[in-house]
Design a protein around this ligand. Structure first.
Ligand code: SF4
Ligand code: SF4
Length: 387
């Protein structure tokens, strides 16, 4: 899926090689076109996506160690700038802000005037370093916000001028399982330019391809030379090694039916005994899109506002319907989240709601692991036992 400005995607161009200093030219070509660059950088002990302006902002020589409930930065023994896995924030933070005012009403001389917040003129964002799993996640949110019955004008504004520099993953974390979800580590589409970072001994370069007209134009302003067979093979080997070194796997065979017939599996209660219902897993998930609408007024009663805020199926209030919550127990809420992600999302949107980024595992304070949960349900396939 591409942004409207990019034009129809074409087959990736012939691979070229860019030296590390070529990233300066890539950044400059995007800045000349008035893009605001957002990319990975070190912040608060993590590698997260922030506004950046130069390759020196990238986390050169840093990587991360991730396990259930654990994230730690570590130094690398080389100078890789994209040698890390998905961090705490995904691109949804930019495309779908966590808090957004929708309208304001002012009381003036006995009358009420309502001002609907028109989407503000948004900067044109160029995302640097988007992983394959995240491209898939952006594609999923495009379906929700752009291709359903209603188009979200705020999302549309941010997304339609979006330029994407993807980076094929060569450093999966201990919690990654995109290979099982067929969403990575190789970017399959939805980008303007894709890079693969290769470090072999003293050699350090990027193998680059463009997949849109605009990407070709931008790449044309970067010094590069055609990649030779050895360089293409090295890039492919690095991506293949990432696919083989995923920290986790999940068996998705028959997963929709498996979850549908296990509503009463005792595992939901076992997991709920650990689950804090803190909603971290939904906040970090790049595909979760649920939100709440809140109306507030000032103390004088002169101004009222309506806000959209991220919400989560892990709160009791989320499923409150007149008289009470539909999903009162943590077990019901965890079951709702996992079965939506991996089963009913298919019915609703035609794809899985999980791209295997592993964030919900890393950032769960008690280390609940979606891959382990599915395995446990499969091992004790309750309904099958009863048959
Ligand atoms: S459910 Fe977990 S692993 Fe899957 S996309 Fe969301 S955060 Fe990533
Ligand atoms: S599964 Fe983990 S992150 Fe999600 S609500 Fe429960 S404790 Fe929080």
């Amino acid at each position: 899926m591409t942004s409207p400005h990019q034009g129809a995607p074409h087959a990736p161009s012939v691979p070229s090689v860019i030296e590390p200093q070529g990233l300066e030219q890539l950044f400059a070509a995007l800045l000349r076109r008035n893009y605001k660059l957002v990319g990975p950088t070190l912040r608060d002990g993590t590698i997260t996506y922030e506004e950046i302006s130069s390759p020196s902002d990238l986390p050169a020589g840093w990587t991360d160690e991730q396990q259930p409930g654990m994230y730690r930065l570590k130094t690398r023994d080389d100078n890789a700038v994209f040698g890390y896995a998905a961090g705490p924030q995904s691109w949804k933070r930019i495309l779908y802000p966590s808090v957004l005012r929708l309208w304001q009403a002012h009381r003036k001389g006995g009358k009420v005037e309502v001002t609907v917040d028109k989407p503000a003129e948004e900067p044109r964002y160029a995302f640097i370093g988007v992983r394959a799993c995240e491209l898939q996640a952006i594609g999923i949110q495009d379906k929700v916000f752009l291709h359903g019955n209603y188009v979200d004008p705020n999302y549309q504004l941010r997304r339609e001028h979006n330029f994407i520099v993807a980076v094929n993953c060569t450093a999966p974390a201990g919690t990654c399982f995109c290979a099982s979800m067929d969403s990575g580590p190789r970017a399959k589409g939805g980008y303007d330019i894709a890079l693969t970072e290769v470090i072999l001994g003293t050699e350090h370069y990027f193998v680059a391809t463009a997949a849109t007209k605009f990407g070709t134009e931008v790449l044309g302003e970067v010094e590069c030379r055609p990649a030779n067979e050895k360089q293409v093979t090295a890039a492919e080997a690095a991506i293949n090694a990432a696919a083989e070194n995923m920290g986790r796997t999940i068996d998705t065979t028959d997963i929709r039916q498996l979850l549908n017939r296990n509503f009463e599996n005792p595992r939901w209660e076992t997991t709920a005994a650990r689950c804090l219902a803190c909603a971290n897993c939904t906040m970090v998930c790049p595909t979760c899109f649920c939100h709440n609408i809140e109306d507030v007024s000032d103390l004088t009663g002169e101004v009222a506002e309506r806000w959209r805020k991220w919400d989560s199926c892990f709160t009791t209030a989320f499923s409150y319907i007149h008289g009470g919550s539909v999903r009162y127990s943590p077990a019901a809420r965890y079951r709702q989240w996992l079965t939506h992600k991996l089963s009913t999302w298919h019915d609703q949107f035609g794809t899985s709601g999980c791209v295997g980024c592993g964030r919900c595992i890393t950032w769960c304070p008690v280390g609940i692991d979606i891959t382990e949960e599915v395995r446990a349900i499969r091992d004790k396939d309750h309904s099958r036992e009863e048959v």
